[in-house]
Each structure stands twice: as structure tokens, then as C-alpha cells.
Design a protein around this ligand. Structure first.
Ligand code: LLP
Length: 422
């Protein structure tokens, strides 16, 4: 459920008409709904009432300070994958004691900073990473909290680029290798085993791969307990899918009951790392039609937003719904390819969409609150769009539109050659 709806023929986000918003902030632009973010966060935390838990929002999905701050105020923890994300969480008022640090390539500097601010746990993804973490903790005279990310080798049945729980993927350590790593942690003065972690992939639409993975990881937890390694938490990752088109992903409460059932009465705190399920349908990407171009093969709507702003369609062939902000009935419906101005054939936001359009019309690409702005770039020297947060009848620009000057701010040219004439 989200708070984007039509009223009197115009698409609103909460109490704000998106055509009015677009006039004030320009296009393209990302627009988020605070009420939707809060509702989705609550869906997870309420589904787990009665089970000790911490929801750690996956910052990679949407790292706007304004978004992180809304979630931090609700008590969210955060799943980070870089030093940059850690600084964002701290700046947004997040509690470092509720931060888990995932990712296969943590640098010593990132580890140092995370230890300095006192994060909850490192999700360690390899033996050499464990060695590095131990060295850094020793140098600082502290003990690093460790959770080993195990790779349960299950097929998450999702797009190959976002499946992470198969043996052939770069993530985590094989489940059979985990006991040796926990033994290593137990024998170190500078490491402390606090948990175990897995994440099998993103945009999961079925529960079984998740519960299969959970069962395998719990078998490991039981084996470790028998060896005297008592863990405090299990981090079940993120990955719960959303409806982009006609998918029917499980709701957080169905997912939570399946989790509870498999978990049984083990006294483990549950950590979870949802990103997309909280943010995707809390955002839209607004873009305006610049030109309609009718060719023999296709009808194109050329819009002012492009793959540099919203990469998912071009990168994964992802389908996101595209709707008119003010639907019109005075012109015929055609099958349009919605394309941007970037010089790549792959620069499209949607293909073969039935729409009635005229130049100047405003479109909203739905489900753009996760993996939208965070994956944007400056290809073709295009400044990135602003991010706007709607809160009831008000909105606030939480990230101003980038200007062309910003793009060149850190650049320089070589000094003049001595033989150059004035
Ligand atoms: N935890 C870990 C360790 C992850 O690798 C990810 C996502 C998450 C949590 C959050 O997953 P979520 O709940 O958002 O599915 N750019 C792609 C998605 C990449 C996801 C990578 N890892 C896309 O646009 O579909």
C-alpha cells in the first residue's frame, strides 16, 4: 500500500498534486512519500512484535539523508556497505549501535571508522577479511563484533544480477567453511562472534528459497552451539520483493510468520535488512515529455529523464509502471517507447506502453524509491535530479538539483605549455 493516488484527475502524493510539485521543482525529479516509508517500515516491525528484532534498512536502496532520518526517527537500524553509507547514517541521526556492515570488500580504513563509532556488527564475508578485521581491532585495542555471512547455496529465483545466495556468487562463505571461521573468532582476543548472517538475493517473490536458506543456517547455529559458540543474533538479510507489475510477493507478516515457525524457540534476536520493500513503492520519478516522434517502426515519447537518472530499465530490463500525472482523453492512445535524451539505444524508461500523450505531459515512473537516485550518474554530463519528500500537504526538497557547475567543480586542466602564445 502506498500514498500515490488520483484525485480529481491528477496524481497526488499524499496531499500534494504532482503537477503542481513539478512546476515548482522542475523535472526530472524524484518524489518520496514519508507516510509510505513509515507504513512500510512499520509493516516489518509490527510483523515481528513478540520476537526480539531490529529492522536494519539497507541504505544502498535509498541513501538520501531525508529518507534515512525519517527511518532513524522510527527506531530503524541500518545495513551499510561502505564508509560513505556509514557517514550518511551518522549524519542522518542513525544510531551506530544499530548498524550492520555488509559487503565483500571492506577496507581497513572503513573497519577502523566503524569500530571507532561502535557499530553493532561486521558481516564478514571471507577468511582474509576476518584477518584484516582482527589486525585493525588489535591495533585499536578493541574487540570487533563479528557475524559470518554464510552462503546457503539456494536459488533465490530472481534476476541473475541480484541473486547472491548461490555457491557461484561472490558473497559470503560456504556454509561448510563457517565452523572453522567461528573457531578462529573464538580463539582471538580481538574478535567476538555475536551472530550469523545470510542474504540470498533481492526482489524475492517466494518464501520457500528464504525458509530453505534459513533452515540451513539454523542447522549451522545448532552445530555451533553444540561446540560452545553461542550466537546472539541471526541476520536474515533483505530481499523481500515488491509489486512492480503483477508480481505477488509475500507480505511482511506472512514472511515473518514463516520465519518464526522455522526459528522455533531458539533464543536468537532477528536482524533483517529490507531495502526495496520499504522504499521502492514510496517513490516516483517524474519526467516530462519533450517530444513525440513517430517513425515507421515505433512511436517514441522522448522525455527529459534518462538512464543516467533511473538505470534499472536499461541495466536489468526492469519493468516499472509509467502513468500520466494528468491523464488526457482528448487524444488517441498509442503504443509508446518512453526514451530519454542519452545517446544509447538502451536508454529507455519503458517500452511498448499504451498511453495517450502530448508534448509537455508529465509522467510518473512508479516504484522508483529504491535503487533509483542511488544508481544515478552523470553520463552525457547530465546533472542529477533533485529528491523531494512529501509529508502530508507539504513537500521539501531534500536534495537539490545538481547544476552543470557541480559536475566540473573537482576538475582541472593541465598547466599551459611554455611555448603557448598569449
Ligand atoms: N542486504 C544485503 C547484504 C544486500 O546485498 C542487499 C541488496 C540487501 C540487504 C537489500 O535487499 P532488498 O531488500 O533491497 O532487496 N540494484 C538492484 C538491487 C541490488 C540489491 C543488492 N543487494 C535493483 O535495482 O534491482
Amino acid at each position: 500500500m502506498d500514498y500515490f493516488d488520483y484525485h480529481r484527475g491528477t496524481l497526488f502524493c499524499e496531499g500534494v498534486a504532482l503537477d503542481r510539485l513539478a512546476e515548482l521543482v522542475g523535472t526530472p525529479a524524484y518524489v518520496y512519500s514519508r507516510a509510505t516509508l513509515e507504513r512500510h517500515f512499520r509493516a516489518f516491525s509490527e510483523a515481528l512484535i513478540g520476537t526480539p528484532h531490529q529492522v536494519c534498512f539497507a541504505v544502498k536502496a535509498n541513501s538520501a539523508l531525508g529518507v534515512l532520518n525519517v527511518l532513524a526517527r522510527m527506531g530503524a537500524g541500518f545495513d551499510i556497505v561502505s564508509g560513505g553509507e556509514l557517514e550518511r547514517v551518522l549524519r542522518a541521526g542513525g544510531d551506530p549501535a544499530k548498524v550492520v556492515f555488509s559487503g565483500v570488500g571492506k577496507t581497513a580504513a572503513e573497519m577502523r571508522r566503524a569500530l571507532e563509532v561502535g557499530i553493532h556488527c561486521f558481516n564478514v564475508e571471507s577468511a582474509p577479511e576476518l584477518d584484516r578485521l582482527e589486525a585493525v581491532a588489535m591495533e585499536m585495542g578493541v574487540q570487533a563484533p563479528v557475524s559470518i555471512r554464510v552462503n546457503p547455496d539456494v536459488d533465490a529465483e530472481t534476476h541473475p544480477y541480484i541473486a547472491t545466495g548461490l555457491r557461484e556468487n561472490k558473497f559470503g562463505v560456504a556454509i561448510e567453511e563457517a565452523p572453522a571461521l567461528y573457531a578462529r573468532v573464538r580463539d582471538s582476543q580481538h574478535l567476538e562472534a555475536t551472530g550469523v548472517d545470510f542474504h540470498i538475493g533481492s526482489q524475492l517473490t517466494r518464501i520457500d528459497p528464504f525458509t530453505d536458506a534459513l533452515k540451513r543456517v539454523l542447522a549451522l547455529v545448532d552445530e555451533l552451539a553444540a561446540d560452545g559458540v553461542e550466537l546472539e543474533h541471526i541476520d536474515v538479510g533483505g530481499g523481500l520483493g515488491v509489486r512492480y507489475r503483477d508480481e505477488t510477493p509475500p507480505e511482511p507478516d506472512a514472511w515473518a510468520s514463516a520465519l518464526r515457525e522455522v526459528l522455533g524457540d531458539r533464543p536468537l534476536k532477528v536482524l533483517l535488512e529490507p531495502g526495496r520493500a520499504i522504499a521502492a513503492n514510496a517513490g516516483v520519478f517524474l519526467t516530462r515529455v519533450e517530444y513525440l516522434k513517430h517513425t515507421e517502426a515505433h512511436d517514441f515519447a522522448i522525455v527529459d529523464g534518462a538512464m543516467n537518472d533511473l538505470l534499472r530499465p536499461a541495466l536489468y530490463g526492469a519493468w516499472q509502471e509509467i502513468v500520466p500525472v494528468v491523464p488526457r482523453s482528448d487524444t488517441e492512445t498509442r503504443t509508446y517507447d518512453i526514451v530519454g535524451p542519452v545517446c544509447e539505444t538502451g536508454d529507455f524508461l519503458g517500452r511498448e506502453r499504451e498511453l495517450a500523450l502530448a508534448a509537455g505531459d508529465l509522467l510518473a515512473v512508479r516504484s522508483a524509491g529504491a535503487y533509483g537516485y542511488v544508481m544515478s550518474g552523470n553520463y552525457n554530463s547530465r546533472p542529477r535530479p533533485p529528491e523531494v519528500m512529501v509529508d502530508g500537504d507539504h513537500f521539501q526538497i531534500i536534495n537539490r538539483r545538481e547544476q552543470v557547475d557541480h559536475l566540473m567543480m573537482r576538475e582541472s586542466m593541465l598547466p599551459r605549455d611554455p611555448e603557448d602564445q598569449d
